[in-house]
Design a binder for this molecule. Structure first.
Ligand code: GN1
Ligand code: MG
Length: 376
């Protein structure tokens, strides 16, 4: 869908802020799915988003989940005593802003698309590439606090906004269909991806099998806690919010901790073109797990802890598979700046997977050490 003009954007933002109340609308962040804008209005800033309805077929479910989540977290924060760390820092959850006239949580505009507005978290920032071990610890802590806050929200209270999300065997089946239907010319890079995937097909169901065996419980999850979806306080650097809540739904915590590890412990970031230099940094993982498990080991089971290293390996592999399949089909899912962009992103994730695989014993040891330290 083409980008709307500034005048169209202002008109859309004014549906939420009121006519004549919006001063400017600028692109915000680097999301690969929705379009996001920062709105400057007389009543303060807000975040305007066009929901990608090719991905999220039922936008009303996103709003419904946001409301359920908002009410739950608000109640928890009001009740206090969730975690001492939450008493020492501010914590935010972006709230839905309703349209001025109809009081709806979303707005359909003549220029096309489903739009919604959420509140802006003041004095916050986020990073695309990790800035060091202290930041990695905060990123892990942020995910831990978010998990803790939703750990007693029944998974059944949330709608499934994206069926099949993080079910790796489903992505593998989609990849096989993409191989049959692709128009892409074979290249050394795509041959490399195919060979890498072929050797690992058998690993794809490690989490789903454990789930089916009843070893891992379904819980409410974030779904997309990658590095730039954790907001940090601009001054202290403390994690203060998780944003991009459209994939909050029932799932395994492993999808989240796997995604957090793969995106935060890759010092070059997921957009690098230096494929050979991509590596999983164990020192960053050490700090991230210290932060995450300091909070999350209070409610995770022993089996859940045991599968965390598998999750890091699997979710980076899964994202490589998703980027590569999308490349094969002409990049219709992840926004791309050039025709090989999703191929490059796939190579990064697969290189990262290989690096995680070569450090599995050390990663297992880190999880055990931090879980033990947190339980004393
Ligand atoms: C997408 O929209 P964004 O950039 O937050 C994707 C995630 C991927 C991520 C990789 C709904 O997230 O699953 O991990 O790109 N979101 C969806 O950058 O598919
Ligand atoms: Mg997202």
């Amino acid at each position: 869908m083409p980008a709307p003009s500034q005048a169209e954007l202002i008109a859309i933002a004014e549906a939420f802020h009121g006519g004549g109340c919006v001063e400017a609308v600028q692109p915000l962040g680097n999301g690969n799915v929705n379009d996001t804008f920062l709105v400057q209005a007389v009543d303060g800033p807000s975040v305007l988003q066009r929901i990608n309805t090719q991905v999220f077929h039922q936008p009303q479910l996103l709003m419904q989940n946001l409301q359920v989540l908002g009410e739950h977290i608000e109640r928890k924060l009001q009740s206090g005593a969730v975690h001492p760390l939450l008493e020492q820092r501010r914590w935010h959850l972006p709230q839905l802003v309703c349209t001025k006239e109809e009081g709806n949580t979303w707005h359909c505009c003549p220029a096309g698309g489903v739009w919604r507005t959420i509140t802006y978290v003041p004095d916050s920032t986020c990073v695309d590439v990790v800035g060091g071990a202290d930041q990695a610890r905060e990123l892990g802590l942020g995910l831990g606090l978010f998990h803790l806050l939703i750990s007693d929200l029944p998974a059944t209270a949330l709608a499934d906004t994206l069926e099949g999300f993080h079910i790796t065997p489903g992505y593998l089946a989609a990849y096989h269909r993409a191989l049959v239907n692709t128009d892409c010319q074979p290249s050394a890079a795509s041959e490399r991806c195919m060979a890498f995937i072929r050797e690992r097909e058998a690993l794809c169901d490690v989490l789903e099998r454990a789930k089916q065996r009843g070893e891992l419980p379904m819980r409410p999850i974030h779904g997309d806690p990658k590095i730039n979806n954790v907001l940090l306080d601009r001054r202290s650097g403390e994690a203060i919010a998780l944003i991009d809540l459209d994939t909050v739904k029932p799932g395994l915590v492993h999808y989240d901790i796997g995604d957090c590890l793969r995106s935060c412990c890759n010092p070059l970031g997921e957009e690098t073109d230096q494929i050979e230099a991509v590596r999983f940094d164990l020192n960053l993982a050490d700090a991230l797990l210290e932060g995450y498990l300091a909070v999350a080991s209070s409610f995770l089971t022993e089996a859940e802890l045991r599968y965390i290293p598998d999750a890091a390996q699997l979710i980076s592999f899964e994202l490589g598979l998703r980027f590569f399949s999308d490349y094969l089909l002409g990049s219709t899912y992840f926004k791309a700046n050039h025709p090989d962009h999703n191929l490059q992103r796939a190579l990064v994730q697969l290189q990262l997977t290989a690096s995680i695989e070569s450090q599995m014993p050390a990663l297992r040891h880190l999880v055990e050490r931090h879980a033990a330290a947190a339980s004393v």
